[in-house]
Design a protein around this ligand. Structure first.
Ligand code: ZN
Length: 208
């Protein structure tokens, strides 16, 4: 969207395998930018006034009635409140979904028993959101930005290379005061980050 009435208040590069926590106000515009291309970012969000209320995959998927989110879609909470609206997707072929949990030690242990340990989105989110004392079990429903999930006719799901290119971004309009955690996904056990771990840029705009 046009940002002439907004000022930029943050331009931050999350290094590979790192994360960022932010406190957002209603009206804020958040851009999550895939700086180099083919890098997934997980975003979790919590109502600032009630940290038990958070992004919900099941509510968002049900209320939008499709799995791959589009411009204009809302991201809903456990309580069916609109937390964000997607105001811009620069790459309409890329995938934006609420299907998988963030990568974590427990699921890596099941999926990749030969290499279960290491950095994970869940570990990063716990680290950057530590001061809010949010239970990790409330971080299991991220907006997976760029995660290319191929859902086949028999309902099996294959994780493929991201379809994002350098500079592609998701723009979200914030509709509620909230706390967010954002990662540069460190998963290197499959091709979800295209075989190389890269940074993610975050830009935050607020009304002048
Ligand atoms: Zn991850």
């Amino acid at each position: 969207m046009e940002l002439e009435h907004y000022k930029i208040i943050l331009d931050h590069l999350i290094p590979a395998k790192e994360g960022l926590a932010l406190e957002l106000q209603g009206g804020d515009i958040l851009r999550i930018i895939d700086e180099q291309g083919q890098q997934v970012s997980d975003l979790v969000a919590f109502n600032k006034d009630n940290l038990k209320e958070h992004f919900s995959a099941t509510q968002t998927n049900k209320l939008n009635a499709h799995l791959n989110l589009k411009e204009g879609d809302f991201l809903f909470s456990t309580d069916c409140k609109k937390f964000f609206q997607i105001t811009q997707l620069t790459n309409k072929q890329a995938h934006y979904n609420f299907i998988f949990s963030p990568c974590g030690d427990a699921d890596n242990y099941q999926r990749f028993p030969e290499k279960p340990k290491g950095e994970t989105c869940l570990g990063i989110l716990q680290r950057v959101l530590k001061k809010y004392e949010i239970d990790w079990r409330d971080m299991l429903e991220p907006f997976s930005i760029g995660l290319n999930l191929d859902i086949k006719k028999d309902w099996t799901i294959e994780t493929k290379h991201p379809l994002t290119k350098a500079g592609d971004f998701v723009e979200l309009k914030t509709l509620i005061s909230c706390i967010v955690g954002i990662t540069a996904c460190p998963q290197d056990r499959n091709m979800c980050n295209g075989g190389k771990l890269k940074p993610i840029r975050v830009k935050l705009y607020r009304l002048k």
